[in-house]
Design a protein around this ligand. Structure first.
Ligand code: CMC
Length: 402
């Protein structure tokens, strides 16, 4: 049968309806559940935003307290997972370790696998789903911190006791850095900047890794395996690798007087200006605006990174240059995120993981939505909505070689 709709790269195909994230790329607008990203970055913390994305409403003060308490009491990982992580090569990439360990979590919680439990595939058990959300959000930073400690050849740290009241990002920084004093608390300015970075990365509608999450979810695989699969998509340099590429580019430019020479290379198409341009945004990416401001706040705490002066001047010249203006190329989220990671002392190979950690909230929101959607679609009998996602191809090979 001839397939008439040929859309490689999904440039023009919607495969689901969603109420999670709204983007107007021409106007540079990003909203989670109707709330502008600028407002959330200023007034909320990451876990509050994760709640909003997953459940659709901002939590009340009591709901937020319970939500934070549940997640922060799930931060410990089983000692067998730690032993598993210790078996990786000394120089294993943190993102590879994270993907493998997240997938291994499904072996710790076999009740999440419908094949093993023989439960009704359409059953929407809120309690079980919430338990999986608490575990994944709670344990992901611990796995990431162990991967980092492994990478730098230091012993793994345990999370803080939830009774000590550390925020999600404070606890993560604590596990990365914990010094010998038991009361070590990360710098509030760095914790806030990381929280804002987490908020702006939490969701971005149907980007490649989120589409992968929905694809995997449609098979009803357990969520640990699905999150590991989505993280695999994000690991690719065309998705989660741009912030690292920006830092490498700025390091290579090296000083403000080399910017014009670099831009000439971009305009003659021998180079790309990394951190510029976006498939959806044809205006300034609102996330880049927020991060530019936060970069200054981090520098006030840790000292100014000379790369910021090159970045700001590069942006000024590019946004006044007809090559970039006529193509609607503006800074995207990655233009300033890498400079902040660098100033906070993260090594380059942690950058994709720093993107993946907050994006888990978005993946889980799409997972939760698509499972509910499937259940209601099953009732409303919308064709395709309850099926395994399965794209079609146009066969162009030989038909008969008998
Ligand atoms: N530097 C120089 N020229 C560019 C750039 C750039 N960064 N981006 C696009 N162009 C040019 C491109 O050469 C083309 O010119 P022409 O019409 O003369 O052939 C025109 O702009 C349109 O480009 P395109 O490749 O059709 O645009 P796209 O929407 O397919 O690509 C992109 C989007 C993000 C892949 C691209 O802009 C790019 O490679 N940017 C650099 C990498 C980067 O920063 N990636 C992070 C994206 S944000 C991540 C997120 O939101 O999660």
């Amino acid at each position: 049968k001839q397939i008439t709709s040929f859309d490689p790269g999904f440039m023009n195909t919607a495969c689901c309806e969603s109420t999670i994230t709204y983007i107007d790329g021409d106007k540079g607008i990003l909203r989670y559940r109707g709330y502008p990203i600028e407002q959330l970055a200023e007034k909320s913390n990451f876990l509050e935003v994760a709640y909003l994305l997953i459940y659709g409403e901002l939590p009340t003060a009591t709901q937020l307290e319970t939500w934070q308490e549940r997640i922060m009491s799930h931060t410990y990982i089983h000692v067998t997972l730690m032993d598993y992580m210790k078996s990786f090569r000394y120089d294993a990439h943190p993102m590879s370790m994270f993907i493998a360990t997240m997938a291994a979590m499904s072996t710790e919680y076999p009740e999440s696998n419908p094949t093993l439990t023989r439960r009704d595939l359409f059953e929407f058990d809120h309690r079980a789903r919430n338990q999986q959300i608490f575990r994944i959000l709670g344990k992901a930073p611990t796995i990431a911190a162990c991967a980092y400690r492994h990478r730098i050849g230091r012993p793994y740290n345990y999370p803080t006791e939830s009774s000590r009241g550390y925020s999600y990002t404070e606890n993560f920084l604590y596990m990365l850095d914990r010094l010998s004093e038991p009361d070590y608390r990360p710098s509030p300015a760095i914790a806030k900047a990381l929280d804002v970075l987490f908020i702006v990365h939490a969701d971005h509608e149907l980007n490649c890794s989120t589409a992968a999450m929905r694809h995997l979810t449609s098979t009803r695989v357990d969520p640990y395996t699905a999150v590991a699969g989505a993280a695999g998509a994000l690991y690719g340099p065309l998705h989660g690798g741009a912030s690292e590429a920006v830092v490498r580019m700025l390091e290579e430019i090296g000083s403000v007087d080399k910017i014009d020479e670099f831009l000439s290379g971009v305009k003659s198409k021998t180079r790309r200006l990394m951190g510029f341009g976006h498939r959806i945004y044809k205006n300034y990416d609102p996330r880049a605006k927020i991060l530019k401001e936060y970069a200054e706040k981090v520098f006030a705490e840790v000292g100014r990174d000379p790369l910021i002066d090159i970045a700001v001047e590069l942006e000024r010249r590019a946004t006044q240059d007809d090559y970039f203006v006529s193509r609607k190329l503006y800074p995207n989220v990655d233009f300033y995120s890498g400079i902040i990671y660098r100033a906070c002392g993260f090594p380059l190979d942690m950058y994709p993981l720093l993107f993946a950690l907050p994006r888990i909230a978005g993946w889980l929101a799409h997972w939760y939505e698509s499972l509910r959607e499937e259940k209601s679609a099953a009732k409303a009998s919308i064709p395709g909505a309850t099926h395994v996602m399965r794209a079609r191809q146009t066969y162009v090979g030989d038909l008969n070689k008998e």
